[in-house]
Design a protein around this ligand. Structure first.
Ligand SMILES: Nc1ncnc2c1ncn2[C@@H]1O[C@H](COP(=O)(O)OP(=O)(O)OP(=O)(O)O)[C@@H](O)[C@H]1O
Length: 320
């Protein structure tokens, strides 16, 4: 039985996705995805290529019809929410009208909405007032992205969906982009962005949702992700070991056991090792290394095909 969708009105979640599925031939692009995003949350969607991030976003926007499941945006259907100007979107490869100026492009989109910002204000908020008269054919890749951002902002939406918004931007442009975004989120509005830059997720999101092969494999706060990233990986060969026995050691955040090989993510590797050696005197081949964000991501996304959100979560509530 489906979980009930929350009501409409001011208290409705910004986005509620229930049992969402989309198949393309044999590919389960999105496979039973559930999440609820509160107004004001800034959520990063992470996952390897083909994980289902864009398809999920397209269904939230009403651009793709789900095979099964339901999407509500502030209690409305995606179509209604778009019509009311409550969603702004910046998609990958969104076209810009050839040979129109930036002001004309943003103005055209503004004319489709009931209560748009002025073109000038949209350009100001996107930090590109100086590009108003530039023709779209004369824009660099990073500048085009920022024009798409102005287009996303012009309906003055409550929710922004951004699919890899900083792809193709240099470091300075990325910084300016996120500064402009800070102005949008400071007023308590909701943002969902897909990214491959883990540091962007860490720096700008409150929460991260990891997708893999169309499923949510982990969903937690950035604080939890940071805690994992600050840790150390301890690897050892311990004949006869069980996961539960290792989980009881001090500092342990996550354990993976494959045959006799143990891989531990620890918040305090010294404490873990001091307790591990007397508890498992048969341990050998011990290695300690830093956990990078990439490794956190790979562990969660199951880069080696073994770890999943469930194993990483353990009893520590990584999944909501
Ligand atoms: N229109 C389509 N027709 C056929 N297959 C599709 C279509 N759109 C997406 N897919 C497939 O669905 C899966 C999910 O794709 P999606 O673009 O949602 O992933 P993603 O996480 O956004 O990837 P990326 O990080 O590469 O942008 C992929 O296997 C993709 O090939």
């Amino acid at each position: 039985m489906k979980a009930p969708i929350s009501g409409t009105g001011e208290r409705a979640p910004a986005v509620q996705v229930i049992g969402l599925r989309k198949r393309y031939g044999d590919v389960h692009a999105v496979d039973q995805v559930n999440f609820s995003i509160a107004p004001g949350e800034i959520v990063a969607l992470l996952g390897p290529n083909g994980a289902g991030k864009s398809t999920t976003m397209d269904m939230i926007l009403g651009l793709t019809r789900p095979d099964d499941g339901e999407v509500r945006v502030f209690g409305l259907s995606p179509g209604e929410a778009v019509k009311e100007g409550r969603i702004g979107a910046m998609l990958q490869e969104g076209g810009l009208l050839d040979d129109a100026t930036v002001a004309e492009i943003v103005g055209m989109v503004a004319s489709l909405h009931r209560r748009p910002l002025s073109v000038r204000e949209a350009l100001r908020r996107a930090g590109i007032e100086d590009l108003a008269k530039r023709r779209s054919t004369r824009l660099s890749g990073g500048q085009k992205q920022r024009v798409r951002f102005a287009v996303a902002l012009v309906s003055d939406p409550d929710l922004l969906l951004l699919d890899e918004p900083t792809a193709g931007m240099d470091v300075a442009t990325r910084r300016d982009f996120w500064q402009a975004m800070g102005e949008f989120t400071a007023s308590g509005r909701t943002v969902i962005f897909a990214t491959h830059y883990l540091e962007e997720a860490e720096e700008y999101a409150d929460r991260v949702i990891f997708l893999k092969r169309g499923r949510v494999v982990a969903d937690g706060s950035v604080e939890q992700m940071r805690r994992l990233a600050a840790g150390r990986t301890v690897r050892a060969v311990i004949p006869g070991v069980t996961r539960d026995a290792v989980l009881g050691l001090p500092g342990v955040l996550n354990v993976e056991v494959r045959h006799d090989k143990v891989r531990i993510v620890s918040a305090d590797s010294d404490a873990t090792l001091h307790a591990m050696l007397p508890a498992f005197p048969q341990a050998r081949g011990i290695e300690v290394s830093a956990v990078g964000l990439d490794e956190v991501f790979l562990a969660i996304a199951g880069g080696d095909g073994t770890a999943t959100g469930e194993t990483l979560a353990g009893e520590r509530g990584w999944r909501r």
